[in-house]
Design a protein around this ligand. Structure first.
Ligand SMILES: N[C@@H](CCC(=O)N[C@@H](CS)C(=O)NCC(=O)O)C(=O)O
Length: 202
């Protein structure tokens, strides 16, 4: 399998943490992208031009990160990181959507701030900040429910919080989210989290 990869993308990090947790990372070749977008090479595998995108050995492709994680979870015989059915499954998928959504709102703010100053919309940035901050409150309220057995929800929470620290180190999200902060401090010590910490390319 080949994975269109960026070392700074939190969505790619999700997929890589998932692959490490389920023991299939050594089956994945990383195609490191300098940039993504609909005009980039990534569009060969994902018409949206977004990473992560996975090319399977038969040439078929999968995207986006939730779908790739779902696929990786089928490739091993150990405990599944996405429950097969019922309320447990819905909870994990909902928590994934929540943390992915908080990330989407963070990425959207950065994208807006990178536009020429006279084209930026302060109203849009405020809109996305509110969505992000409400999502964090919901993560704080649900973190105790994640439990000790690692699931895709844990992985997505870690990817989101790690990226917030990486891209916005001055933002003290921990102040209003003490349970999330404690959980993150402990989860970040997992080998899959330590091996995938976001970093700018040298
Ligand atoms: N929902 C997607 C989001 C992927 C995404 O936004 N990737 C960003 C990098 S962090 C990207 O490739 N952006 C390029 C672009 O939008 O042109 C997922 O979960 O995989």
């Amino acid at each position: 399998m080949k994975l269109y990869f960026s070392p700074t993308s939190p969505y790619v990090r999700k997929v890589t943490m998932m692959a490490l947790e389920v023991g299939v990372d050594d089956q994945i070749e990383h195609l490191v992208m300098a940039g993504a977008g609909p005009d980039s090479e990534v569009a060969n595998a994902n018409p949206l031009g977004k990473v992560p995108a996975l090319v399977r050995d038969d040439g078929s492709t999968l995207y986006d990160s939730p779908v790739i994680c779902e696929y990786l979870d089928t490739l091993h015989n150990g405990d599944k990181l996405i429950p097969a059915s019922g309320e447990d499954r819905l909870f994990v998928l909902k928590m994934q959507a929540l943390a992915d959504g908080a990330l989407d709102a963070g990425v959207s703010q950065i994208t807006e701030r990178r536009r020429p100053e006279n084209e930026q919309s302060p109203g849009w940035i405020e809109h996305e900040q509110k969505a992000q901050s409400q999502s964090l409150t919901e993560m704080e309220n649900n973190v105790a429910g994640l439990g000790n057995d690692v699931t895709l929800a844990h992985i997505t929470f870690c990817a989101a919080l790690g990226w917030f620290d990486f891209r916005n180190p001055d933002w003290d999200w921990r102040e209003n989210c003490p349970r999330l902060a404690d959980w993150y401090a402990s989860y970040s010590a997992r080998p899959s989290a330590m091996a995938t910490e976001p970093k700018d390319p040298v």
